[in-house]
Design a protein. Structure first.
Length: 285
């Protein structure tokens, strides 16, 4: 019972107000499914109810409601998993684990949440089939009643718990997608430059040089990049590579300063705008 209540309590302390709970009979039959307030889920009476179902051959699954919670299933390298700062790591059977991470920002929509789940699964060599924002995990403290474990069904147990952990944000996302939070310091400039090279975006052929008297070209270019990035984050919650490409192409088309200074100037303009927009969004929270 201790592990089960701890499982619910740790996730509740990280903002889970409700849990989706399912008890699935191994032999088939009626599935118990409910949306339970966090306070009730962590209570002794409810955990005893789940224990009775588990003794009757039910698998006990649950997840916190909300896309801030990321489950990575079927991971083996616990030390690597811990390096990404999970709130919980549960051993579900000998050598197999599930990890729960809590994001600093709530994804904008299900597709954004799914992208992040896939990124964590890839980074930690987890099960890609379980990398969904509404996938349930095993609750600690109950038997794993899969037939292959009979007759000595292993009890799922917590091997790591840190209610104050905040997941790392530097997870490499799938090709074509960037995270909403830019890398710290000058790394963002290098990241944008590396993106230019990796995607093979060549510098466009320069047209005839033109003058822009009375115009603060840097401020105008910055404002354009910030506007596009802010709209991108409002709509999608992430920055896509094609949006970076769009900003770059527009600066080369309309900015004499971009034509004169090349990708170093373009990368620094995009990086500065991204930092500004990310900071502005953080202050709203």
């Amino acid at each position: 019972m201790f592990d089960a209540r701890t499982w619910f309590i740790v996730l509740a302390r990280n903002g889970a107000e409700y849990f989706i709970v399912r008890a699935v009979p191994e032999a088939g039959g009626k599935v118990y499914s409910a949306r339970i307030p966090a306070e009730k889920a962590a209570g002794e009476a409810y955990v005893r109810f789940l224990e009775r179902l588990n003794r009757d051959g039910h698998h006990i699954y649950a997840r916190p409601e909300g896309w801030r919670f990321v489950l990575v299933d079927d991971v083996r390298d616990v030390e690597r998993v811990r390096s990404y700062r999970p709130v919980l790591v549960v051993e579900t059977s000998p050598g197999n684990h599930q990890a729960w991470y809590v994001l600093t920002e709530t994804p904008a929509d299900r597709e954004h949440a799914r992208t992040i789940c896939r990124a964590y699964a890839k980074a930690l060599s987890g099960d890609p089939g379980s990398a969904e924002p509404d996938h349930l995990g095993r609750v600690a403290g109950f038997r794993n009643v899969k037939r292959r474990h009979a007759p000595e069904y292993p009890v799922t147990r917590i091997v790591h718990a840190d209610a104050n952990a905040v997941a790392r944000t530097d997870i490499p996302l799938p090709e074509g997608v960037w995270t909403s939070t830019p890398p710290a310091g000058d790394r963002i400039v290098r990241a944008v430059r590396d993106l230019f090279r990796r995607r093979g975006w060549h510098i466009p052929r320069q047209g005839r040089p033109f003058k822009e008297p009375g115009v603060d070209r840097s401020a105008r270019d910055f404002a354009y990049a910030a506007l596009v990035l802010e709209r991108e984050l409002e709509r999608h919650g992430i920055v896509r590579e094609r949006t970076i490409e769009r900003i770059r192409a527009r600066l080369y088309e309309r900015s004499s300063k971009a034509m004169q200074r090349g990708d170093e100037y373009v990368a620094r303009t995009i990086a500065a705008a991204w930092r500004f927009v990310a900071g502005k969004r953080a202050r709203r929270v």
